[in-house]
Design a protein. Structure first.
Length: 117
C-alpha cells in the first residue's frame, strides 16, 4: 500500500520561508515523478512543481518560479519543496504527489500553508 506523508506546513508572514517535506513508502520511489500541488479555499487543485526520478528535469507553475525549489532524495524516499518569499496568495493546502503511471498516481493528505500579509 502506497503511503505519502507531508510535513512542514505552518503560518508564516509574507516574505518568509517554509520547507515542505514528503516521505513515501510502498512505491518504487526512484521511478516516480514526484510533485507538489496545492488547493486554496474555493479553488481547484493546481500544479505547483514536479521533478523526474533522476532529479534533473524540474517544472514549476509560473507563479512560483524563482521562489520555490523542488528537490528529492531517493535514498531517503523524500521530496522537498523549499518556498521562499512567500506571498498571501500562496496560502493553500499543499499535497505531495507520486506518479508512476496513469493508473499508479498517489496523493498525501496535505499540509496547510498560511501566509499572512
Amino acid at each position: 500500500q502506497v503511503h505519502l506523508v507531508e510535513s512542514g506546513g505552518g503560518l508564516v508572514q509574507a516574505g518568509g520561508s517554509l520547507r515542505l517535506s514528503c516521505t513515501g513508502s510502498g512505491l518504487t520511489f526512484r521511478r516516480a515523478v514526484m510533485g507538489w500541488f496545492r488547493q486554496a479555499p474555493g479553488k481547484e487543485r493546481e500544479f505547483v512543481a514536479n521533478l523526474q526520478w533522476s532529479g534533473g528535469n524540474t517544472n514549476y507553475v509560473d507563479s512560483v518560479k524563482g521562489r520555490f525549489t523542488i528537490s528529492r532524495d531517493n535514498a531517503k524516499n523524500m521530496v522537498y519543496l523549499q518556498m521562499n518569499n512567500l506571498k498571501p496568495e500562496d496560502t493553500a493546502l499543499y499535497y505531495c504527489n507520486a506518479k508512476e503511471s496513469i493508473v499508479r498516481n498517489y496523493w498525501g493528505q496535505g499540509t496547510q500553508v498560511t501566509v499572512s500579509s
